[in-house]
Structure formats: C-alpha cells, structure tokens
Design a protein around this ligand. Sequence first.
Ligand code: GLY
Ligand code: MN
Length: 376
Amino acid sequence: MRATSPLLAARHARVRASIDVLSLDALVVTAASNIRYLTNHAGTAGVLVLTREAAHLLVDFRYRESVRALQESPAACPGLKVWDVPASYDEALLGCLADIGASVVGFEAADVTVKRHEYWRSAVEARRLDVGLRSTERVVEEARLIKDASEIATLREAAARLTPVAQAVFADVAAGRQERHVAGVLEAALRGAGFERPAFDTIVASGPNSALPHYRAGDRRLAAGDLVVLDFGGVLDGYCSDLTRTVAIGPPSPEARRLHAAVHAAQQAAIAAVRPGVENTAVDAVARAVLTEHGLGEAFGHGTGHGLGLDVHEEPRITWPRPDVPAVRLEPGMVFTVEPGAYLPGFGGVRIEDDVLVTETGCEVLTRVPRELLTL
Ligand code: GLY
Ligand code: MN
C-alpha cells in the first residue's frame, strides 16, 4: 500500500524541520528511494525540490501520466507541483531553482556524483544565478530511520510472505541440484508469493562456496555433506525483506553442527539485546562476543545487520564502531536484519538472518521460518 497523503505530509514536516535547522531555502532530493518516500513517485528518473511551501517534482514524459494518476488518488503528494523535463534533468532543475528563487540549496552528497555537482556549479557561475549549493548528509535518511504505520504494515507483510518461499525451496533442495536451479526456484516462489522482484541477487552458496558471504549462485551441484546458505528476499510495494537460512544436504558433520549452533546462539543473543535506547554497535557486540566465545570471532568478518525499508541496505547499520557508520540509538519503529555468520574457508559457512522491528519493550521478529539446522 502506498503512503496516504497525511502520512506524506508528516514526512515532509520531518524533513522541513531539518531544512530549517540547516537554513536552506530548498533541498534537492535526487536519491530515488528518498523521492519515493516523500512523494510516492517510484521512477528510475526524477528530481524533487522540497521547499517550505511545496514539493516540486521534475519528471519527464515517461512519468507524466503516472504522476497525474497519483495526484488523483488518496496517495497524492501534498503541495506537489509538477515540472516537465523536456530534455535534461539538470537544465530543468536549474530553471526550477531560478524560477522559485531558492538561493541556499542543499543537495544529497551521498547521491550526487562529482560530475553532476561540477556541472551544476559551473552552470550557476556561468549564468550568474543566485544559487549557493550546500552539501547535506542523511536529511531524508534520518526521517526514514523510524518507519511509520504504513511502512511497518508493508514490512511486516513482506517478511511474512517469505515463509511460503522458504517452504518452496526447502521442498526442492536436494543433492544433485545446481545452485542456479535452486536460485531459480526461490525467485519463482518470490513472484508466486506476490513480490514485485527479488530485493537483491539471490544467494545459494553450497559446500565450500558457503564460506563466501556474498557468493551468488553458480553451477556447482549440491552434494551430500554440504552446508548450503540460502539468502533471499523480495520487494513488496517498494519495501524489502531479507532472510537467510543454512541447511545441510544429508546428515551434517559435527563441525557443521558446531558452526550452526554457534551462529544460532549469536543470533538469538543479538535479537534478545534489541530494545529502545541500545546503540546499534551494542547489538553487533553481543553477536560478536558469542562467536568469539566459540572461537569463531575471526570467522565473522561482516556486520551483524542492516536497516530494511525502501532500500535493502539502509540505516541503522548494525556493526562495530566505524567512522563511516553513524551511531544510532535504537528507537521503536526501526526495522533491520540480524544476520551473524561464521565462515571457514575451504570448509563452509553458516549465516542465519531474520528481520526485526524495534518495539517499546524489545523487538518483534517479523520473519517466521524455523532456524534449526534442517537436513534435506
Ligand atoms: N541478504 C543479502 C545482504 O544482506 O546483503
Ligand atoms: Mn541481509
């Protein structure tokens, strides 16, 4: 379901509060997910100029009709003014900024390329426009950190729909199947469950490949004794879900059982640590401490989780303290994955991933698929 007009108005108010703090006349929003969040316009192209009074959306011919239909629906964007883009988005943007008289203009540093910024800067200079460009970070992303009621409903539904997808793949996984075949079964099941597309390249990593955290799916055939990491998710109404289970082909070895039990314990401990007020890095530390106790600290080389929403990887990042990752205290309404793993090169690996929603008292696990080591 798309956000209703009142929900969009509340999002605009949150972003406008930041625009005020930054003393901007306008924020140029170029990141597609941020444009969608603020307008419901879901396109591969578009630029939004959010001011205190209006939401100026620049779109080309391809989106004219869909934006018109959107504006006649209960999901209409409040204060929307549509600007036609006959040719160049950058030219249309400069024209819009000049017409509305915005002189202190923020842009999204994480999205605008150096090339695009240089074009804007030199065009402003050459045309003597009264436009000062200011780099901003995390303005819309901060608003997106806490999901509203419509987003939570969609994320809850998206996570729930992974249960039949998991069942379909568990029924199909067997020795002799190629990884790519299994990925195909998963992706067909995602479509069958009503997802519009996979949220990322499906991972089916078998045997030694399961020790490669971001392996995709190749031509290896599953064989008895393998651990198989199945990592998949779908996009529902724009919102992402993400689940990982690790299964065994035939009876797992004692080492495979040990690895799985350690990762499972780390994941449970991390989920139990999720509640309001806790720092993102503290949840990671809990998972890491459990794996370290099991002698697997070195085998866990990635973060414990990532936010989920319009993007499959967004804030909050659940990782160790890093200068490039904002420190975030958990608050009700945040949604993220908890996915510790342990990887032993040459042997194999285990990852277990669920999606959680922070509640007033702890968290709600949105994904519902058994976590024990299944033998298929
Ligand atoms: N599940 C894939 C990822 O988090 O990158
Ligand atoms: Mn993930």
